[in-house]
Design a protein around this ligand. Structure first.
Ligand code: SF4
Length: 328
């Protein structure tokens, strides 16, 4: 069966006064129908840029240098005329952003904005759209939909705003939702509620979700497969079981070791150095921070190797070496 979305060899750069900054390098991944696919990595790893590029969102100084993004096998979203892409945005692929306060329009009551949005995508009267919005608000767990309908974004709590963002994202029954750090700005209890809501909606609608996060705990709870990004590259990809029980990339291993739990440490403790900028060099993006770096790592990029099945790793370390460090 074909993939719902296929990102192949994507390269994206920012062009600044100081020159080109390569944000995504040769990234490839596929999202299947009805799955929650996680993309995890630190700030600056390229995860948000790669996923915003799917809908060609981003600042004006960003440029796609190579690659293709195939939706339903044969529609390359990077080549689609803007008019057709706008029809896909919201209708077939929607997005939930981290910062709901800046994503929602501050001068409109949230209900009025959603009625407009719905009527732009579907032929509905004002009254029909209003009723649909109130139902959606109820479906995403808003206790008083009528009051919320007339509220401005700044009058709502962070959790309520995120529920509104989710209602907006599902209002046209999309095939794919991209959720970019949807719970990062929320406190722990609300985070758990929003994740439950997302999971329930995803299961009920059979929708695919790309969940972007820096939190491996969220990945473990929500995703079936995951890509780990570092320095613009996908450095490891596999099922959640592969990544948590048999991590093969030193960066993934460090991320897992630093997950909050009794006896865990900070990520820096598991690294050779806290940060090194390899963006302009053709070397492993983790070189300089990796405790297992060998001579080959300094001179050339690794190849993506298959570990088993769909579990892949972008590292020079061979299986033998990995077995050795697994027993460290
Ligand atoms: Fe470490 Fe080398 Fe693997 Fe990069 S390629 S993660 S430097 S062992």
């Amino acid at each position: 069966m074909s993939h719902l979305l296929e990102v192949n060899n994507l390269e994206v750069s920012f062009f600044t006064d100081l020159g080109e900054v390569k944000a995504v390098k040769n990234a490839s991944f596929q999202v299947e129908r009805g799955e929650v696919y996680g993309i995890v990595g630190e700030s600056g790893s390229g995860k948000s840029v790669a996923t915003k590029t799917i809908l060609r969102l981003g600042p004006s100084n960003i440029r796609v240098k190579a690659g293709e993004i195939l939706f339903e096998e044969d529609t390359d979203l990077l080549k689609l005329p803007m008019k057709q892409l706008r029809e896909i945005r919201g209708n077939r692929i929607s997005m939930v952003f981290q910062d709901s306060l800046s994503a929602l329009n501050p001068v409109y009551p949230v209900g009025k904005k959603m009625v407009e949005l719905l009527r732009r995508h579907e032929k509905l009267s004002k009254q029909e759209a209003r009723e649909r919005v109130l139902t959606l608000f109820h479906d995403v767990g808003i206790v008083d939909p009528e009051r919320c309908f007339h509220s401005y974004p700044h009058e709502l709590s962070g959790g309520m705003r995120q529920r509104i963002m989710i209602a907006m994202a599902i209002c046209c029954d999309p095939d794919l939702m991209i959720a970019d750090e949807p719970t990062t700005a929320l406190d722990v209890t609300i985070q758990a509620q929003i994740l439950h809501l997302l999971r329930d909606i995803q299961r009920e609608k059979g929708m695919s979700v790309i969940l972007i996060t820096h939190d491996l705990g969220v990945v473990a709870q929500m995703c079936s497969r995951v890509a780990v990004m570092c320095g613009g590259y996908v450095v490891e990809e596999g099922s959640v079981g592969d990544i948590f029980h048999h991590p093969c990339h030193p960066y993934t291993r460090a991320l897992i070791a630093s997950m909050p739990r009794a006896g865990a440490g900070k990520l820096e403790q598991f690294l050779e150095r806290s940060y090194i900028d390899n963006r302009d060099r053709e070397v492993c993006p983790f070189y300089g921070r990796c405790k297992y770096a060998a001579e080959a790592c300094e001179n050339r990029l690794p190849m993506m190797q298959t570990v088993s099945g769909n579990h892949k790793v972008f590292c020079h370390l061979g299986e033998e070496a990995r077995h050795e460090w697994e027993s460290d």
